[in-house]
Design a protein around this ligand. Structure first.
Ligand SMILES: [Zn+2]
Ligand SMILES: [Zn+2]
Length: 322
């Protein structure tokens, strides 16, 4: 028996629980820890039974609650090394200054003033001098006096495990194959989970459907597939031009049209359930995504056994069990 529970799906947060009868993993933690716990409770899932968290990529809608949840449950987090690094960079403040550095900085400032005086004497403009960033004494003291909890590393995790796209690994009795997806993150991945003769795949956040993704998700019994936007709604919608370009790009998100094209042309048709996910709230309507996928499947009679479900942003989807 395997189970997939989509806790949330969309640009405001993603998280999906995948379980065999012995092992439970959470894919992404893109809501606050509190909200993830609340949704697991609603869906009848026990957070304390989770074995690990897997991360597809470092965008905030996939990692917002990650550190807090992992520390609370004391479970390992699986990333690619590049994704982990990108995530740590994201959480690390860009400028921090120790007391020693601050003393250095004071010295530099003194020297700069002396140099400026020399320059002014020689008639050159003070703007020729390089600018030294202004850091007040209060800033330094605030950090020095901060309680240990504030100073604590925000990216600290109970344990970090690295995987490589294209190389499968096991957590408990679930065999996991990560595959590369085309998306504008450090090293984004989708996953195929296999246990007890059942395969479940997650492929969201991808600009198009490359051959390696089609190949990876073939033979899935449950397929969580992106159907992000309706092309016309995106074009006429509220996003600024640059964001529209990003979404439409080869490293953006899959449109209803692209998903339908995959379903009607390349999909092998074996899934009991196709779950459409990562629907945009501004540039899509659930009914448009559903109709588009149903038409694509309807064009191929042998796919009619596939049930199409829509993952939601605001609430968990009922668990799919096979
Ligand atoms: Zn993303
Ligand atoms: Zn996303």
């Amino acid at each position: 028996m395997m189970r997939m529970t989509v806790l949330a799906s969309g640009s405001k947060g993603n998280s999906t629980l995948v379980a065999s009868s012995r092992t439970r993993v959470l894919v992404d933690a893109g809501l606050s820890c509190r909200e993830l716990m609340r949704r697991m409770a609603i869906a009848g899932e026990d957070p304390s039974a989770l074995d690990a968290i897997l991360i597809t990529h470092e965008h905030l809608d996939h990692v917002a609650g990650l550190a807090v949840l992992a520390r609370k449950l004391r479970i390992p987090v699986f990333f690619t090394e590049q994704t982990h690094r990108a995530w740590v960079r994201m959480l690390t403040p860009k400028t921090t200054m120790t007391y020693a550095k601050w003393l250095d900085h004071l010295q530099q400032e003194k020297e700069a003033k002396a140099a400026q005086a020399t320059v002014q004497e020689s008639g050159r403009s003070a703007e020729d001098l390089c600018e030294i960033p202004a850091v007040s004494l209060e800033d330094v003291q605030a950090e020095e006096d901060a309680p240990p909890a504030v100073k604590a590393d925000p990216s600290a995790l109970p344990a970090v495990e690295y995987f490589l796209a294209g190389t499968n690994f096991c957590i408990g009795d679930i065999d996991i194959t990560p595959f590369t997806i085309p998306h504008d993150a450090a090293d984004p991945c989708g996953f195929v989970f296999a246990a007890e003769g059942i395969r479940m795949a997650i492929a969201t956040d991808l600009g198009y459907m490359p051959p390696n993704v089609k190949q990876a998700i073939a033979g899935s019994d449950v397929l969580l597939l992106e159907s992000n936007h309706d092309l016309e709604m995106l074009r006429d919608g509220p996003y600024p031009w640059s964001v529209k370009q990003r979404v439409l790009s080869r490293v953006g998100h899959l449109s209803n049209h692209a998903t339908a094209e995959f379903l009607s042309r390349d999909y092998d048709g074996g899934a009991a359930y196709i779950v459409l996910g990562h629907l945009s709230e501004s540039n899509n309507a659930p009914e448009l995504a559903r109709i588009s996928a149903e038409q694509a499947v309807g064009d191929r009679m042998r796919l009619l056994g596939n049930r199409i479900l829509l993952a939601e942003q605001a609430q968990p989807l009922e668990s799919i069990q096979l």
